[in-house]
Ligand binder design. Structure first.
Ligand SMILES: [Zn+2]
Length: 696
């Protein structure tokens, strides 16, 4: 029970809720026959292998028992299994470990190649996409592997012989572990949960419903009418909440004619989405007009859509009936179904922080608060106010005018990249030279470029790493008819950073089960390093004055403070749900409104001169992303740590490789190896202070 108490303390969740979830779970309800078999085996196998193996044996059998279900067999099956599969000496254990390394790379490597092949038509710009191509692309041949491994008991060979660990153990004891001990821990984590497929299905259902809800949440902007009857936005403009609404606020900074009125109106729309006073009928509907200030609606007086208004249109101003909060709460309820099958992380919050990110929630929260409450926010806000020539308003949290023109104009850069890269193949052939330009040693540049294939993407592009070292990493990039424009090149540079990390952290890490990086924020950090040095990749001089770079640091800090506050709201909301599992959508709405005001008032109300602002809760991720938001904020901070280290060392290539081959150990350990310090906001803060001084 000690473990439970510390987990609940960490999460600030009442102990009672967790305890209830645990006791009803399979982990603690061992039947009597099982207890008898285990004590019999303990005696028998300790005699056989010696008392030195006893602790391992007890832990292993306990792990097996935790996941064993009735369908797996009775006493005899369990006893035979343990007798046959306990690796009682070092040689047997090493052999088991090595076979698993080989097997996992073979299975997941080939599965990944099958997925690549099935997704090829959908992913690449290589001809018509038919409906059956989409179905092919969505088929996942590996979906049942984990289930199969429990059914044929291979998973139990791991659980019997390798230790499951808690995040606390990995963080405190992990510093003294050998690489092999880390690999043992990661191998066991492969089977940290045995979730019944019907539970996975429920989660998938809630996830799909929330995706659908968000995907259809459009506002038809030409139908927003102000008090004087003006339509501030052009016909046919349809903005998806929240991304397009937020980006329109950003775009309107460049619009001196009426931009401010538009920004204020979007802010009002956001407020109504958050507090659900938005009339339900205006969502995704071009056939009604709406004054978001008075909240009146009427049949549209203009039609800018491709569909005719329904003949019997009845316009009612009834508000959206807390659907936003119902859908979000449904994702919580589905997540709680997994809790009892996840003994080492029995809440979604624990799974996100302790297993996904592997940074304790307290540490993440402290990093977010450090940025949001920093005096730098005030200093940068003063810059924004000066630039804008007016007092700040709440929507200015999305101010994006921290910019300075670089040495080259965009058309100049377009010309260069189009000439250099008329096809994907031309980009591929240039990778070796690009890597040398970033100070990778020549032989390493040759090696890495030989493992990266460039293909024409249907979408904006992505980097697909391989699952086995013999397969290539794939860079998918969009190339227009006239060749690659600068925007495309900038994105391709980002993806190339991913690819180089993918190759190094798969092929040059000592154990397959340690392949990769600690979490997604780390691979983004590597990608940002390439993207931020895209001019160097082109063989051009970096911006001379450094002003552009200082501005971009200030901009990144401002964005981190914004997304940091948004993340704090998301985290507090999930805690509220775990504390109020029987709440109604209405109660949850009220709670989220209170939480968002609380966060705003804590960090921004003085700076913006307004209290009780709720617009930060407009982020769609909250509704459909299961507590993903903090990753963005941490990502900025981790990227700065990595970038600053490379800046100080003065050698991107060598540092990049040294960092990437550490593999998937705990984030703090990884970062200490990379920079000498644990994961923190310090590098971002220091870089911002330096940038502000330089701009002064
Ligand atoms: Zn990326």
């Amino acid at each position: 029970m000690k473990g439970l108490a510390s987990i609940s303390g960490l999460l600030g969740i009442s102990f009672v809720i967790l305890a209830a979830a645990m006791i009803s779970g399979s982990a603690l309800s061992k039947p009597d026959w099982m207890k008898a078999s285990i004590s019999k085996l303990e005696k028998e196998l300790t005699e056989k292998y010696g008392t030195g193996q006893r602790a391992r044996l007890i832990k292993g059998m306990d792990q097996v028992a935790g996941f064993w279900r009735e369908e797996d067999g009775g006493a005899e099956v369990l006893e035979v299994f343990v007798r046959n599969n306990f690796a009682g000496d070092e040689k047997a254990l090493d052999n088991l470990f090595n076979r698993w390394e080989f097997m996992l790379e073979s299975i997941y490597g080939h599965m990944s190649e099958i997925r690549m092949a099935l997704g090829r038509q959908a992913d690449l710009d290589i001809g018509t996409l038919y409906q059956f191509d989409r179905v092919t692309a969505s088929y996942s041949p590996s979906a049942h592997v984990a289930d199969d491994f429990f059914k044929n008991k291979l998973a139990f060979t791991v659980l019997l012989n390798f230790p499951l660990t808690t995040l606390e153990e990995r963080l405190t004891e992990g510093k003294n572990w050998t690489r092999r001990q880390w690999a043992d821990a990661r191998l066991a984590q492969w089977f940290v949960r045995r979730v019944p497929s019907e539970v996975n299905l429920e989660v998938a259902r809630a996830s799909a419903a929330s995706d659908q809800y968000i995907a259809d949440y459009n506002i038809w902007m030409h139908h927003l009418v102000d008090d004087a009857g003006n339509r501030l936005f052009p016909p046919k403009m349809r903005l998806l909440s929240h991304w397009n609404l937020r980006d329109q606020i950003k775009a309107d900074y460049g619009n001196s004619e009426g931009g401010l009125e538009r920004q204020r109106m979007i802010q009002k729309v956001m407020e109504r989405i958050v507090d659900q006073t938005i009339p339900e009928i205006v969502v995704n509907n071009p056939h009604v007009d709406w004054n978001p200030y008075t909240n009146e609606v009427w049949p549209a007086k203009v039609n800018d859509s491709d569909t005719e208004p329904p003949a019997d249109i009845k316009v009612a101003a009834d508000r959206e009936p807390d659907t936003r909060y119902k859908i979000w709460f449904d994702t919580f309820e589905a997540s709680t179904l997994v809790d009892e099958y996840s003994p080492t992380a029995p809440t979604l919050i624990a799974r996100r922080f302790n297993e996904g990110r592997e940074i304790p929630e307290e540490q993440v929260e402290a990093m977010l608060v450090q940025v949001c409450s920093s005096p730098l926010v005030k200093e940068i806000a003063a810059m924004a106010k000066k630039n804008l020539g007016r007092d700040l308003e709440p929507f200015d949290i999305w101010y994006n005018g921290f910019r300075s023109t670089g040495k080259y104009s965009e058309p100049e850069l377009d010309k260069i990249t189009r000439e250099k890269y008329p096809t994907a193949r031309d980009f591929e052939k240039d990778i070796e030279r690009m890597l040398v330009a970033l100070d990778f040693p020549k032989d390493r540049a040759k090696y890495l470029s030989g493992k990266i294939v460039v293909e024409p993407a249907r979408g904006s592009g992505h980097a697909a790493g391989a699952g086995m070292c013999s397969a290539p990493a794939r860079l998918r990039t969009r190339i227009g008819a006239e060749g690659m424009d600068y925007k495309g090149f900038n994105i391709a540079a980002h993806e190339l950073g991913h690819n180089v990390e993918q190759v190094l952290s798969l092929c040059d890490v000592d154990y397959y089960v340690l392949q990769g990086v600690p979490n997604t924020a780390f691979t983004e950090a590597f990608a940002y390093v390439f993207q931020g040095n895209d001019l160097m990749l082109l063989g051009l001089e970096k911006d001379s004055g450094g002003r552009a770079e200082s501005m971009s640091i200030v901009n990144e800090f401002w964005m981190t403070a914004e997304i940091g506050a948004v993340s704090l709201i998301d985290m507090k909301a999930w805690h509220w749900m775990y504390e109020n599992p029987d709440a109604t959508p209405e109660e949850f709405r009220k709670a989220v409104i209170e939480i968002s005001k609380e966060v705003w008032n804590a960090y921004f109300s003085d700076i913006f001169g307004k209290k009780d602002v709720t617009i930060l809760a407009v982020y769609s991720h909250m509704v459909h992303s299961f507590l993903y938001l903090p990753d963005y904020a941490i990502g900025h901070m981790i990227a700065f740590q990595v970038k600053e280290q490379m800046r100080e060392a003065g050698n991107i290539g060598v540092e990049f490789e040294r960092m990437a081959v550490a593999g998937r150990i705990a984030p703090d350990l990884w970062m200490k190896n990379a920079t000498g310090k644990p994961v923190s906001a310090d590098a971002l803060m220091e870089a911002t202070e330096r940038a502000l001084k330089e701009l002064d």
